[in-house]
Design a protein around this ligand. Structure first.
Ligand code: RB5
Length: 149
């Protein structure tokens, strides 16, 4: 298994799942950079998406995990960043395809919408699946950044 450096963050709606996923990642031998939040106090999800985007941009991590109540707000916020391809996933199939077709570098979950075991399975599949690359997918991913017309 390839071990990764993974930046992890959540708002108050995702903190419980974030902590479960952190434990699972550490057990699997990955290095985890936990960027909070760390309690139930209400916080703003864009701040945590921005923290993970910063960690990726600066090279402090090579993948990100974000959790809010639904996964929607935090994925929207993460995708405002140029080099982030954040995928809100619900099952192993969407987790796998987000890597194969979209070269996603951040996986997002809804802490109030997904069970912990399903989320753990998604995360494992996400980290084990390479980008398919090739003309089709590489061209489309390049277009996300305006690198190819
Ligand atoms: C916070 O209550 C909630 O709005 C947030 O976690 C998320 O679901 C937003 O998309």
């Amino acid at each position: 298994m390839t071990s990764h450096i993974i930046a992890l963050a959540a708002d108050h709606g995702g903190v419980e799942l974030k902590d479960v996923l952190r434990e699972d990642l550490v057990k699997a031998g990955h290095k985890v950079v936990d960027l909070g939040t760390n309690g139930s106090e209400s916080v703003d999800y864009p701040d945590f998406a921005n923290a993970v985007a910063d960690a990726l941009r600066s090279g402090k991590a090579n993948f990100g995990v974000l959790v809010c109540g639904t996964g929607i707000g935090i994925s929207i916020a993460a995708n405002r960043h140029q080099d982030v391809r954040a995928a809100l996933v619900h099952d192993a199939f969407t987790a796998r395809l987000s890597r194969q077709h979209n070269d996603a570098n951040v996986i997002c979950f809804g802490g109030r919408t997904i069970g912990a075991e399903v989320a753990k399975d998604c995360l494992k599949v996400f980290l084990e699946t390479p980008f398919d690359g090739g003309d089709r997918h590489a061209r489309r991913v390049a277009k996300l950044n305006g690198l190819s017309k």
